[in-house]
Design a protein around this ligand. Structure first.
Ligand SMILES: NC(=O)c1ccc[n+]([C@@H]2O[C@H](COP(=O)([O-])OP(=O)(O)OC[C@H]3O[C@@H](n4cnc5c(N)ncnc54)[C@H](OP(=O)(O)O)[C@@H]3O)[C@@H](O)[C@H]2O)c1
Length: 454
């Protein structure tokens, strides 16, 4: 049997080429911006609070607030205590890469105090309300992902929150605005100044153009589970896979964050979805979320690999097989999926959740455990095998983003896309949150909520 070695793309361009500012500013307009920040409006938004508060003598702040806001008290002439709060929040820090994500979590990831940073002239200080817990966040912590942020850094690729402060030159948003931070411009999936500013933190300073308005109809938890997963689904299924209404797509890893987004996007374009997974309870949710058919791919007790699900796929497609395969799982399921495809189908390589350690730990490059797929099946079935790295493709050609962002935001506006958020954790429970994601404990997205000191 011939073999083609499928290695991950590890030579990403060193600098993130974000779409030019005008590309995004004309696209992201889901919510009107206030024209000007009046003193009255600001007073209303902050309820008159600021980092300097007047409190009566004898007032004792709640213990929880005291733990995040060390006080520098001074008595004023009218007998009140002037509390000049030096606001201190919390952030998760990855101090160095581990051998594996779980070993990194054990040894090199910690919760630390975070002083309130100040934004520069064209920057925005975001008080993070919610941050997605990503599979990629975990893989990054051992340097086994294709992009390596430089430790120490704060994880959390995608987050949303309120604008806590803006630099003097900022015009796109005002204090109090609800925003989602563009993961293509700031956070650990980017290179340069903002690469250390992940959302597992009370605050993040981001460039003005990264602070996108939170779409109408989405809460903070949903908003931080939008762009990464849905832009990936769009790039893979539509830009690369050319999925059409009336076609049938097989989606592996459909219970995951990007897999479930793929189910939603495929339904938006009018395709029939056959979803695979290893857990009946999770597959039931996937079906409720729109998949037309679900298949448990788990092998029979005592057997290796996956079930022979090609028979079920063939019977669901009149014997032909599927038009498109969306494969975010890799390993044995890829072979069975190749056998489930029709002649001339498009096979989308999205990820390898089943075989994550293609690179060695601690940021060492190389692909000792690369996936291998049989070239004979590809050849005899006349398949188009397409690599689908969303961020890397966008770095090579930033113009491809405009159309997909427009489409995703339009579907959100129309109520056709609502990211599923199944689990919520306090930031302090980041370890539990990350382990739950790594072991696939829930369907779709999970989030952490940093402590608020607004
Ligand atoms: N191409 C891109 O641009 C792009 C962008 C983002 C992510 N990705 C990649 O896509 C993959 C999925 O990411 P995600 O964020 O969706 O992760 P996720 O939320 O953790 O979901 C992964 C899913 O894969 C399935 N899975 C995990 N281990 C498996 C195994 N051993 N065998 C079979 N299925 C397994 C699980 O479903 P069940 O437990 O239900 O089986 C799980 O729900 C990752 O490899 C990631 O790096 C690619």
């Amino acid at each position: 049997m011939g073999g083609v070695v499928m290695t991950p793309v590890i030579d990403a361009p060193p600098v993130v080429a974000s779409p030019p500012e005008d590309e995004l500013s004309t696209v992201v307009t889901s919510e009107p911006r206030p024209q000007a920040d009046t003193a009255a409006a600001k007073e209303k938004r902050t309820n008159g609070r600021s980092s300097t508060q007047r409190m009566p003598v004898g007032y004792h702040a709640a213990a929880v607030a005291a733990s995040v806001m060390p006080r520098l008290d001074a008595r004023s002439s009218d007998g009140t205590i002037l509390v000049m709060a030096r606001q201190v929040g919390k952030r998760v820090v990855v101090s160095q890469f581990g051998d594996t994500p779980l070993q990194a979590l054990e040894s090199y990831v910690s919760l630390q105090p975070q002083e309130r940073p100040s934004p520069g002239e064209h920057e925005v200080l975001v008080a993070v309300r919610s941050c997605a817990v990503g599979w990629v966040d975990l893989l990054m912590m051992s340097g086994q992902y294709q992009h390596m942020p430089e430790p120490p850094y704060t994880p959390g690729l995608e987050y949303s929150g309120e604008v806590a402060e803006v630099g003097s030159g900022v015009t796109a948003c005002v204090e109090g605005d609800a925003v989602m931070v563009d993961p293509f411009i700031a956070g650990p999936r980017t290179s340069g100044t903002y690469g250390a500013a992940g959302g597992f933190a009370t605050w993040a300073v981001v460039p003005e153009r990264a602070a996108l308005p939170r779409p109408r109809g989405l809460d903070f938890d949903q908003a931080c589970n939008l762009l990464g997963s849905y832009e990936t689904a769009y790039h893979c299924l539509i830009a690369r896979g050319r999925l059409q209404a009336g076609e049938t797509v097989l989606i592996n890893g459909a219970s995951g964050a990007t897999g479930l987004a793929a189910v939603h996007v495929a339904k938006c374009v009018g395709a029939t979805v056959i979803a695979t997974g290893r857990n009946d309870a999770k597959l039931k949710v996937v079906a409720q979320q729109g998949a037309d058919h679900v298949i448990n791919s788990r092998a029979a007790e005592g057997e290796d690999g996956v079930s022979r699900f090609r028979d079920e796929v063939k019977s669901l497609t009149g014997g032909a097989g599927v038009d498109v395969v969306y494969d975010g799982v890799g390993g044995p399921i890829s072979i069975e999926s190749l056998r489930s495809a029709r002649f001339g189908a498009r096979y989308l390589i999205v990820g390898w959740a089943a075989t994550p350690f293609v690179a060695r730990g601690r940021g060492q490059r190389g692909a000792p455990n690369a996936n291998v797929v049989p070239t004979n099946l590809i050849m005899m079935k006349g398949l188009d095998v397409l690599g689908c790295p969303t961020v890397i493709a966008t770095q090579h050609d930033p113009s491809i983003r405009r159309e997909r962002l427009q489409a995703v935001l339009r579907w959100v506006d129309d109520g056709k896309i609502v990211p599923l958020v199944s689990q919520r954790f306090a930031l302090e429970a980041y370890d539990e949150a990350m382990r739950a994601k790594w072991s696939g404990k829930y369907v779709g997205g999970g989030v952490v909520h940093p402590p608020s000191v607004l």
